[in-house]
Unconditional design. Structure first.
Length: 270
């Protein structure tokens, strides 16, 4: 049984990850640009000289599919179940590295519920992933045990957010969860910022929600907004990031700008 395999794992001595920034990309709703942001911010960071590992923690495996990794020999589930080291399942993809997900993560999540220190499994695993500047975790569209593991392992949280009224309610829930994890498991965790995605500046509602956020949310809202862009929607069909699929598109320009702002560096775009 999966739970036996999890329980039987020997304690792992944590290796310092001071040079690796682990970032949890979260939103409890589906279809909010979370996977798109994980892939394309990761790609934009890599093109600025950073070595980036993407980790697909979502049982739906949208991140893996979007990079044309559909039948990997092993996945993150195998690592969490103790059968593989994370080093065994990392796949190079263009200028990125990927730990693929699978629907077996559903079984892993069920097993984790009964385990002692269930929130620390991913942190222990990531301690073995050395040599990366950034590890970006594409979290499930729920505030689940898997997401709890991501928040316990991460130093930073990135929240992609559409400018819709209902997203404001969800944002409060995310922030409350981050605060609870900070107090209980990970005192160094912080929200890096909110990324405005699928932004349509022609819509009055988009402008109104953004204005409300700027007036009422104390967390950073990135100035670099990700505009609605057909090319962004097309890129996963070709298994590429937007920067590799169409570097001249607005989507590529927006994620390059976001990466520069994320790093605190000049954009360098015309």
């Amino acid at each position: 049984m999966a739970c036996v395999a999890l329980a039987a794992r020997a304690p792992i001595t944590l290796i310092s990850m001071a040079k690796t920034k682990v970032v949890a990309v979260i939103n409890q709703k589906g279809g909010t640009g979370k996977t798109t942001t994980t892939i394309n911010l990761g790609s934009a960071l890599s093109k600025r000289g950073k070595k980036v590992l993407l980790l697909d923690l979502d049982p739906q495996s949208n991140l893996s599919y979007s990079l044309a990794v559909t039948q990997p020999e092993a996945t993150l589930a195998d690592v969490l179940l103790g059968g593989k080291s994370i080093k065994d399942v990392i796949i190079p993809k263009d200028d990125l590295w990927l730990v693929p997900g699978s629907n077996e993560l559903v079984d892993v999540e069920i097993s984790l519920v009964t385990q002692p220190e269930r929130e620390k499994f991913l942190k222990r695993i990531l301690a073995e992933a050395k040599g990366f500047d950034y590890i970006l975790i594409d979290c499930p569209p729920s505030l689940s045990v898997l997401t709890l593991n991501a928040l316990t392992a991460a130093q930073e949280v990135l929240i992609p957010l559409q400018m819709e009224v209902l997203t404001l309610q969800g944002l409060d829930q995310i922030m409350n969860t981050v605060e609870k994890v900070r107090k209980a498991f990970n005192p160094g965790l912080r929200i890096k910022g909110i990324v405005v995605v699928m932004f349509d500046m022609r819509r009055k509602l988009s402008q109104e929600v953004l204005e409300y956020l700027r007036e009422n949310v104390t967390e950073k809202i990135f100035d670099s907004q990700i505009r609605l862009n057909v090319k962004l929607a097309e890129a996963p069909s070709f298994g590429r990031s937007i920067l590799d699929y169409d570097a001249s598109s607005n989507g590529a320009k927006d994620y390059r700008a976001l990466a520069a702002e994320y790093l605190g560096e000049p954009d360098g775009q015309e």
